[in-house]
Design a binder for this molecule. Structure first.
Ligand SMILES: Nc1ncnc2c1ncn2[C@@H]1O[C@H](COP(=O)(O)OP(=O)(O)O)[C@@H](O)[C@H]1O
Ligand SMILES: [Mg+2]
Length: 376
């Protein structure tokens, strides 16, 4: 029996454990919270991520360790990697964790990114604003997610407030990218160097949080897909990456500009559970165990809608044919990701209609923003 250690016990860990159970794996999940939702499907090890006694226990009882979030303390990852295999590697994790290192890696692999400046004082921020132009995005180098840890500066008058809010930690300031769409590519690579790509997702965010994801929606074309795959291949090989990697990209005038990477399964890949021959979660398990990767060809048109705050009336959703509700077993709290819905259809036209119906139930205020197969 193989035991997989996961650092982090959120919904990504939960779905990893669900997928890996099918392959006969057990899961030991390290999380500071005794109510972490992955504990519903695997054994929780409650402790801080840098608690040495917990890390030793994890290393003794697990055969391999992986992560479900990017902010794993680098020392903890290195400590574990001296004792057992850790995938992705501590160095890949350290790169993806810090926006500055991440941007330096994109540059090293000749992947286009927005112009940026490293910022550690109000004076540097003032200069960055002048050089990058307004609006620009100020972001903490680490610990930012779902739009947290960032501030949009519209002009010089915002500098002091932005720096007061974020300036106690190292920052980067980025030029605004006037994108026509946001997309993401999810891919997997195993230690043998085999890789698989999923179809490009079109992602719609609201206030920095992902709300909808739909593979192959406008403006994705086969050409954009192959350019995204070429870029991803450079990252996977360059980082000697093992596991699932996601890259968020902007589409600007038909060109791809990288935003950030996530060294893990990704929210925009949740629809692969019903929409792909092999889900991102199963491929993560296969990759870290050195098993052959599974086929990522789509089974049917799909899209995903996030459930924020609380799970709505499930009956209304489950009545609809081929609509699948994933509730993470988390308590309700405003803005919290508590579940998602996968909508699957027999045709893209049918998916358009069903997605409208689901959005009307889940988030009527955003129904006009659902990604479409063709330009609205
Ligand atoms: N430089 C930028 N130009 C335009 N929009 C941006 C820029 N940076 C971030 N955003 C917007 O904010 C969202 C969240 O930013 P991101 O860097 O992906 O942080 P997070 O880690 O919170 O996902 C992006 O998906 C995008 O909508
Ligand atoms: Mg993001």
């Amino acid at each position: 029996m193989t035991t997989i250690g996961i650092i982090g016990g959120g919904q990504l860990g939960r779905m990893l454990a669900q997928a890996g159970s099918t392959l006969g794996c057990r899961f030991l999940i390290l999380d500071p919270s005794p109510s972490a939702c992955a504990g519903g499907v695997g054994e929780l090890l409650v402790g801080q991520y840098d608690d040495e006694a917990r890390l030793v226990e994890l290393s003794r009882r697990a055969d391999v360790v992986t992560v479900e979030f990017e902010n794993v303390p680098p020392d903890a990852a290195r400590y574990l990697a001296a004792l057992l295999p850790v995938h992705p590697s501590p160095s890949a994790l350290a790169t993806a964790r810090d926006r500055l290192f991440e941007k330096e890696a994109f540059r090293r692999f000749h992947i286009p990114i927005a112009d940026f400046r490293s910022v550690s004082s109000e004076e540097e921020l003032r200069r960055a604003g002048e050089e990058l132009g307004y609006p620009c995005f100020l972001k903490t180098r680490v610990f930012g997610y779902d739009g947290r840890g960032q501030w949009v500066l519209h002009g010089q008058e915002d500098i002091t407030a932005a720096f007061d809010a974020l300036g106690k930690v190292p920052l980067v300031c980025e030029a605004r990218v006037p994108f026509e769409a946001e997309v993401s590519l999810v891919a997997a690579r195993n230690p043998q160097g085999e890789f698989r790509f999923y179809p490009l997702n079109v992602n719609v965010h609201e206030k920095g949080v992902l709300r909808f994801s739909r593979p192959n929606a406008w403006p994705v074309t086969p050409d954009l897909q192959s350019r995204a795959e070429a870029l991803m291949e450079k990252l996977l090989v360059g980082l000697d990456y093992v596991g699932v990697l996601a890259v968020e990209l902007f589409v600007v005038n038909g060109e791809l500009v990288a935003n950030e990477m996530a060294p893990r399964v990704h929210n925009s890949g949740h629809h692969t559970i019903e929409g792909s021959r092999t889900s991102q979660f199963e491929n993560q398990v296969r990759a870290i165990l050195g098993l052959p990767l599974g086929d990522t060809t789509p089974l049917a048109p799909v899209a995903m809608v996030n459930l924020l705050g609380e799970v709505p009336d499930m009956g209304a959703l489950l009545k609809m044919k081929d609509v699948h509700v994933h509730a993470y077993g988390k308590s309700a709290s405003p803005g919290r990701k508590v579940g998602h819905v996968t909508v699957r259809a027999d045709s893209e036209d049918e998916l358009d209609a069903k997605l409208d119906a689901v959005a009307t139930i889940v988030c009527p205020e955003l129904a006009a923003k659902v990604p479409r197969r063709t330009k609205a």
